[in-house]
Design a protein around this ligand. Structure first.
Ligand SMILES: [Zn+2]
Length: 412
């Protein structure tokens, strides 16, 4: 039975981790940054050295082909991959694992001359973490880019996507050209760290993802009245911040009590205007985020949170505006791909657990154009998006072998 080389895979993981490495461990490698572009050049060299045909598309996605040099509907490809950009002060495995295990799997398939009817490709999708636009590269590949927004897309610090891509040698307005021909992808499978504690706590080495959550972000703005914070009687104040605070607490309760048990919510951005201690806040503004794998439940929770915001505003005599920021639809993974992953794990004697992904992944875009699936491995302590994110090397070895045999079966 073919098997991946853990020394070669771990060597590549450590080599990639040097691009954007931080002194205390971890890595900052934002899409289109110089560190990212150096990592891209390194990855292209590694693909070439592994005997794959490398290329980069108009959206900055990197591909290494085995038996292919471009996507072609006449010869549908089995595709694997993930991303090599990271969040600021992120870990060395988020994304990198899926790309490098995919590269290793294709390297082994080539070396062992495993027979495959379908050509294969490993992808590193650009800007998965969304410095400029989340899941940017896979969106472009799947024809899901909002083309009209391209000129205005910008990072939180204001830098525009068009400028960042130009610096890296790309024309952002051409990114839609990266769309794959219809029918060019036979199946997609992505290996990723779980980024949560469930597999580790259950003592199960392999997670088979059934669905990827939809994420909905809404800017909720409560508009009251600025007043002197000393002389205005308490009962006359129309405090925008207190309304926002009440909404944050009640929305949390609502999602916990009325959600599916898998629903989660977060308020990670709050601002108060004018933001001085001797003025009653005229405005309290927050970004409300919800995640849930069932589309009907997510829709219902979104409606209920809107009603809640209006009720809080009425009671506190302020106005409220709700502005949708982004909404992704929950993406079911293909039963066929889940079954192949299950069988590959079974052949390797590894127990599996079916689960949903609470984080967004490129696979959710691919799920719209082909049969897509994901393999999870345990994350130590459930830690991710932080510098000490890690998985045991044994866990990485197991996950990469499940990926290898899943790809072999899908490409047969
Ligand atoms: Zn990731």
């Amino acid at each position: 039975m073919a098997t991946i080389s853990l020394p070669r895979l771990s060597g590549r993981i450590e080599a990639l981790a040097r691009f954007g490495a931080l002194p205390g461990g971890g890595v900052t490698r934002s899409a289109w940054s110089p560190q990212h572009e150096q990592a891209r050049a390194w990855l292209l060299d590694e693909m070439r050295a592994a005997g794959l045909a490398p290329w980069v598309d108009a959206a900055g996605n990197v591909f290494g082909g085995l038996g292919m040099r471009a996507f072609d509907a006449a010869r549908p490809a089995v595709v694997t991959g993930s991303h090599i950009d990271t969040v600021p002060e992120g870990g060395i495995l988020d994304g990198a694992l899926g790309v490098l295990a995919g590269l290793e799997a294709l390297h082994v398939i080539r070396e062992t001359a495993s027979s495959h009817t379908h050509p294969l490709a490993v992808a590193a999708w650009s800007d998965e973490e969304g410095r400029y636009g989340s899941l940017f590269g896979s969106r472009a590949f799947c024809g899901a880019l909002d083309v009209g927004r391209l000129p205005d897309m910008a990072a939180a610090d204001g830098e525009r996507l068009v400028d960042a891509m130009a610096r890296a040698g790309f024309d952002a307005l051409r990114a839609p050209d990266a769309q794959a021909p219809s029918g060019a992808v036979a199946a997609y499978v992505e290996l990723h760290i779980e980024q949560g504690p469930r597999l580790e706590e259950a003592g199960i080495p392999i997670g088979v993802v059934e669905a990827i959550v939809g994420v909905r972000r809404t800017r909720v703005i409560f508009i009251g009245q600025a007043d002197h914070a000393g002389t205005t009687p308490m009962e006359r104040r129309r405090d925008g911040f207190l309304a926002a605070a009440e909404f944050a607490l009640k929305a949390r309760d609502l999602v916990v009590k009325r959600g599916s048990g898998r629903s989660v919510t977060n308020v990670g951005v709050v601002s108060v205007h004018p933001g001085v201690s001797n003025i009653v806040p005229a405005r309290g503004e927050l970004v409300h985020e919800m995640r849930e794998p069932d589309p009907a439940v997510l829709d219902r929770l979104a409606r209920e949170c809107t009603t809640l915001a209006r009720r809080v505003a009425r009671r506190r005599q302020v106005q409220v505006e709700l502005r949708p920021i982004s909404a992704t639809v929950p993406a079911p993974c293909a039963p066929r791909v889940q079954a192949v992953i299950e069988a590959a794990a079974g052949d390797l004697g590894l127990a599996t657990q079916h689960m949903y992904s609470a984080a967004g992944h490129d696979a959710q875009n691919l799920a719209a154009i082909t049969d897509a699936g994901m393999i999870f491995i345990p994350s130590k302590g459930g830690r991710s998006h932080r510098v000490d994110e890690m998985s045991d090397w044994d866990a990485i070895d197991r996950g990469a072998n499940v990926l290898l045999h899943t790809l072999i079966a899908l490409a047969r």
